[in-house]
Design a protein around this ligand. Sequence first.
Ligand SMILES: NC(=O)c1ccc[n+]([C@@H]2O[C@H](COP(=O)([O-])OP(=O)(O)OC[C@H]3O[C@@H](n4cnc5c(N)ncnc54)[C@H](OP(=O)(O)O)[C@@H]3O)[C@@H](O)[C@H]2O)c1
Length: 344
Amino acid sequence: MRICILGATGLVGRETITLIARAWPGATLALFASRDQELALDGKSYEVLAASRLEAADAPRGDLAFVALDDEHSKRYVPRLLELGYRVIDKSNTFRADPKVPLVVAGANSDIVDDAVRLVANPNCTTIPLMLALSPLRRELGLSAVTVSTYQAVSGAGIATLDAFLAASRDGYQGLDRLGLPFKATGYAGNTVPHNGGTDESGFSSEERKLMFESRKILAMPALDVSAQCCRVGVAVGHYENAWITFERQVDLERVASILSNPAEAPFVKYLPGAAGEGLSALHCVQDRDRALVGRLRPDPRDRDRKSVCLTVVADNLRLGAATNAVRIATRWFKSADPDLQAP
Ligand SMILES: NC(=O)c1ccc[n+]([C@@H]2O[C@H](COP(=O)([O-])OP(=O)(O)OC[C@H]3O[C@@H](n4cnc5c(N)ncnc54)[C@H](OP(=O)(O)O)[C@@H]3O)[C@@H](O)[C@H]2O)c1
C-alpha cells in the first residue's frame, strides 16, 4: 500500500504520519510539502519532496492520499492525485460544500464511504466532535436546534501561528503585570479574540459559517436551526465548545448519558458524568487525543418542555478534529490494524 501525505511538515500532516504507522504499519509513505527537505519527527528522519513533483508526467501512482494543505493548494493538487489513482481525503475547506463530495465524520456518517467514493472532505475541527455527540442523540430524540459557542486553540491556525503564539506567550508571561498589558491586544497570547476571518455581510466569520453549513450537510438536515459563535483562546491545542441543543422529543437525561457512554451507539466519544465538568478541559483532550470528551450535561433552564439540554464537547483539534478523523475515514477502504482507528 502506497500512501501520500501532502503538507507532511505541517501540524496536521505530522499527526497523520504517526497515525498511519498505527493503522497501516506496512505502508510505504511518500511525503510532500512546499519544497524538498528533511523532516525530523519522533526520533526519525523522513525525506519530504516538493509537491510540485506530483505534476511530473512520471509521478508515481498510489492507493491513498491525505491532503493537509491550505485551500488554494488543495485545489491545485487534489485533481492530480485523483488522476494518479489515489483515493483522497482532503482536510481543507475546498471541497466541503461540493454536493458531489461526501463530508464525513467517522462514526457519524462514515457509512456513506464505499468503494465507489474516490474523494472525501474532512470537516472543520469543531464540527467533527460536535457531530460525534449530536448524531447518536439525534437518532433517538430527533434534533430541532443547535446553538454553539466555541473556544478554539491557536494550533488551528497552523504551525507558523502556533510557534509565534508560543514565543509571544513566553515573552508576555515573563513581563506579566496583573492586567496582562505586556501582551498585544490583537494577538493570541494571553488573550481571547473573535474568530473573525472571512466575516461576510451576514456578520458571521467563515469559521462560524463552516460549523453551521457542515452540521447541516453531515446530518443531512438542510433546514436544521443552527447558530455558532467562535472565538480563539490563548491555548496551544484543544478546542472547547459549549452547546445548547433542542430535541424533537422530551429528554430523559439518564438516557442521553447512557447513549453517550455506549461506544456502539456513540463511537469515539468519552462521556464524563457530572455537571461540574471534571475531566473536561482543553488539556484533558490532549491526553486522550482520538476521542471527543463530552460532559456537563444539564437541562436548559429556559425550556419548560424539557426538550433542551446544555452540554460541553472538547477535542484535540489536530487529532480527532483533523488527522484521526481523516485516517478513520480511509479505514472504510483499507482496514486498520489498530481497532481504535477503524471506522464502523
Ligand atoms: N490545525 C488544525 O487544527 C486543523 C484542523 C482541521 C483542518 N485543518 C486544515 O488542514 C490543513 C493543514 O493545516 P495545518 O494546521 O497542518 O497547516 P500548517 O501547519 O500551516 O502546515 C501547512 C503545510 O502546507 C505545506 N505547504 C505550504 N505551502 C505549500 C506549497 N506551495 N506547496 C505544497 N505544500 C505547501 C507546508 O509545507 P512547508 O513546511 O514546506 O511550508 C506544510 O506542510 C489546512 O487546510 C487546515 O485548514 C487544520
